[in-house]
Design a protein around this ligand. Structure first.
Ligand SMILES: [Fe+2]
Ligand SMILES: [Fe+2]
Length: 400
């Protein structure tokens, strides 16, 4: 493979990557006639507060999305896969190994440039790459040029690049996301979607349906989004009728299928990260995972810590013994939401208005017999739930 002659190195925390980064990478490539710009997110920068840095894999994924169709930009994961603190000298040595015949150009922010001589092994760095920066303003440029002269005297090749900088910062985007303000004009649409889908930088634990809408739309198709809205409306209606908490019904209904369109390996990762234990049937039935992962996601990623809401989502497919009123409302609403049109939906709707247990029994016999017909395993939670409601009904139990 032909080696690129001139390679730019653009490192940063990219927390998140935004349009100014992309513009800078392109302008840097153009100004120095680079064949390639390596965009390198840091694992853990010695210059940044580790508390505000989100998971490096998220930052890497966002860089990949943003650079997807940017000419000459290539995302490089060497710092993230190496883990630990990222020192530029180590990264550069690695890049030198990858591109032994290329001329390297290291881009850094103005403040980084000013303190460059305090970095680890600056002499080694200048022996491997030219060091480049962009002034923030006119005053800055003078100071940077003075500093550049000092570095040149020590043998460095320096470039103070006159590139137009956009007034955008990652801090600003994080703040906008946290305050539920629009940040779409500052980032690539794919990055925006990723931020919502993964609930990054959001004010966790707070309830905001405009935000949840964006999260749902980023995680699922139109059909499932409409289903979620309908389940929320129906769960709320049932909650009002039977005396459950209507706010929690709306919340659990809205979010019940939040991981339904997530790959099963990711569902399992969410379940593991949440420390949720699966029974034997659950472990071997990926179809049940979306409900369990959904509960974990809502509690641990979105920060909504309410046990009843957790259970309503966790058991919305299987049911379980001793379900709360809220759990039953969400379980039934999943069958009777406005867009449902399967054979028997009218009877299910009539029963839902008559008695929660009648509707539960009808819904459970529907899904249990469907599983049995297809010779699929039946979750013991579903059986326990079914037994409980039919026994209760046989005894003439709650028929409110
Ligand atoms: Fe579901
Ligand atoms: Fe559903």
């Amino acid at each position: 493979m032909k080696q690129p002659k001139r390679v730019g190195i653009f490192g940063g925390s990219f927390n998140p990557i935004h349009n100014a980064h992309i513009n800078l990478a392109s302008a840097f490539a153009k100004k120095l006639k680079l064949d390639k710009v390596l965009v390198i997110p840091t694992a853990n920068s010695p210059h940044k507060d580790p508390d505000t840095l989100i998971d490096p894999m998220h930052r890497l994924n966002m860089c990949r999305l943003a650079c997807d169709d940017v000419k000459k930009a290539e995302v490089c994961d060497i710092e993230i896969t190496r883990q630990g603190t990222s020192y530029t000298v180590d990264t550069l040595s690695k890049i030198k190994e990858m591109y032994p015949d290329s001329e390297l150009f290291l881009l850094m922010g103005a403040d980084m440039f000013m303190t460059f001589d305090t970095w680890r092994e600056p002499d080694k760095i200048i022996s491997m790459a030219s060091i480049c920066t962009v002034p923030r303003n006119d005053d800055d440029e003078k100071i940077l040029r003075e500093k550049g002269k000092e570095y040149t005297a020590k043998g460095a090749n320096t470039f103070i690049l006159d590139l137009k900088k956009m007034d955008i910062s990652s801090t600003m985007i994080r703040k906008l996301a946290y305050n539920d303000e629009i940040f779409s004009k500052y980032v690539d649409p794919k990055v925006e979607k990723y931020i919502y889908a993964n609930y990054l930088y959001m004010n966790k634990g707070t309830i905001n349906y405009a935000r949840f809408d964006k999260v749902l739309k980023a995680r699922m198709g139109e059909k499932r989004y409409i289903h979620s809205v309908n389940v929320a409306i129906e769960a709320q209606r049932l909650a009002k009728k039977y005396g459950a908490d209507t706010d929690k019904a709306k919340l659990a209904g809205t979010l019940h299928d939040i991981t339904k369109e997530t790959f099963s390996n990711e569902q399992l990762a969410i379940i593991n990260n949440s420390g949720i234990e699966l029974n034997f049937i659950e472990s071997s039935s990926p179809k049940l995972w979306h409900a369990i992962a959904g509960a974990g996601f809502v509690r641990d990623v979105m920060g909504i810590d309410d046990q009843d809401v957790f259970n309503a989502i966790r058991y919305h497919t299987s049911g379980r013994e001793k379900m709360s009123l809220l759990e039953k409302c969400v379980f039934i609403a999943d069958f009777t939401g406005a867009e449902r049109d399967y054979d028997g939906v009218d009877e299910m709707r009539t029963l839902a208005d008559k008695s929660l247990e009648e509707a539960m029994a009808f819904g459970l016999s529907f899904s249990i017999s469907d599983l049995a017909k297809r010779r699929l395993a039946i979750d013991p939670n579903s059986l326990a739930c079914y037994n409980e409601v039919v026994l209760l009904l046989g005894k003439g139990g709650n028929k409110k």
